[in-house]
Design a protein around this ligand. Structure first.
Ligand code: SAM
Length: 246
């Protein structure tokens, strides 16, 4: 099953970067998100790392929500690694949703893609076992509302996977030049941990992974190879496996 929600009434795009619900990614950014570099080194790696963090908690035959699914690149990975009963993708960008509808139709798992705002969807409360939120939060100023919505959508005991790029990376010169994000919405790793925890989710230190992958380092890691910036250990990426308590 594949469908969009044409009656969502969402803003086509935002005109300001300050406190915007949504700032449309640049043309370059939208292209980059469709590359093998993104798919292989960022998205696939995140799903594999989430699976490792989950350990024996990996749900099978669950109902999965991919929040901020973009063009649905994660659908196949979710199908492969989690064998879900259903996959639902949501995104605020109608153009991306069209591509996600097509990606959903390629799966053997029943899947659909819906045009809606992750912070105020019309999806049914408690209807998901697992939510993947990969690289969405730094794109919205409504982070608090988005976490509350995830809490509403998960069943008790359901799992939220948050994968984010931290402020130090998003505010770096190349990223600012090539991509577009709402101002002031990005957090450091501790900020994302606090955001998820203060919205009712539980997790321990072993449910968190921070890293500085090569693609997020100055000059793609060349600075480190040349001995420049060796002391910088601030994480650029964070993964959190959080649970909605029973
Ligand atoms: C960096 S992309 C990540 C796409 C996908 N999760 C991936 O990892 O390939 C961020 C996505 O979040 C979407 N997005 C931003 N704000 C949103 C919101 N409030 N509700 C739903 N989607 C949103 C954007 O349209 C974009 O497709």
């Amino acid at each position: 099953m594949s469908s969009t929600n044409p009656a969502s009434g969402l803003p086509a795009t935002s005109t300001t970067k300050n406190n915007a619900i949504w700032v449309r990614e640049t043309r370059f950014g939208r292209w980059f998100l469709s590359t093998q570099t993104w798919y292989r080194y960022v998205l696939s790696q995140a799903v594999i790392d989430f699976k490792t963090l989950l350990g024996e908690r990996v749900p099978t035959q669950g109902h999965i929500l991919d929040a901020g699914c973009g063009q649905g690149l994660a659908f196949g990975l979710l199908e492969q690694h989690f064998q879900p009963a259903t996959i639902t993708g949501i995104d605020i960008d109608a153009e991306q949703v069209k591509k996600a509808v097509s990606a959903a139709s390629q799966l053997t798992t029943p899947a659909l893609a819906v045009h809606t705002n992750a912070s105020a969807s019309n999806l049914t409360a408690g209807s998901f076992d697992l939510i993947l939120c990969h690289q969405l939060l730094h794109h919205t100023s409504q982070q608090q509302e988005t976490l509350q919505e995830f809490y509403r959508l998960l069943r008790p005991g359901g799992i939220l996977l948050v994968g984010e790029s931290c402020r130090s990376f998003i505010n770096s010169a190349p990223v600012r030049l090539l991509f577009r994000h709402p101002e002031m919405a990005q957090k450091d790793a501790r900020g994302y941990i606090d955001l998820v925890r203060t919205n009712g989710f539980v997790f321990s230190e072993t449910d968190i992974q921070t890293s500085r992958p090569w693609w997020s380092r100055r000059c793609l890691g060349m600075a480190q190879k040349l001995g420049i910036g060796l002391n910088n250990t601030e994480p650029t990426e964070i993964l959190i496996v959080a649970t909605k308590p029973h």
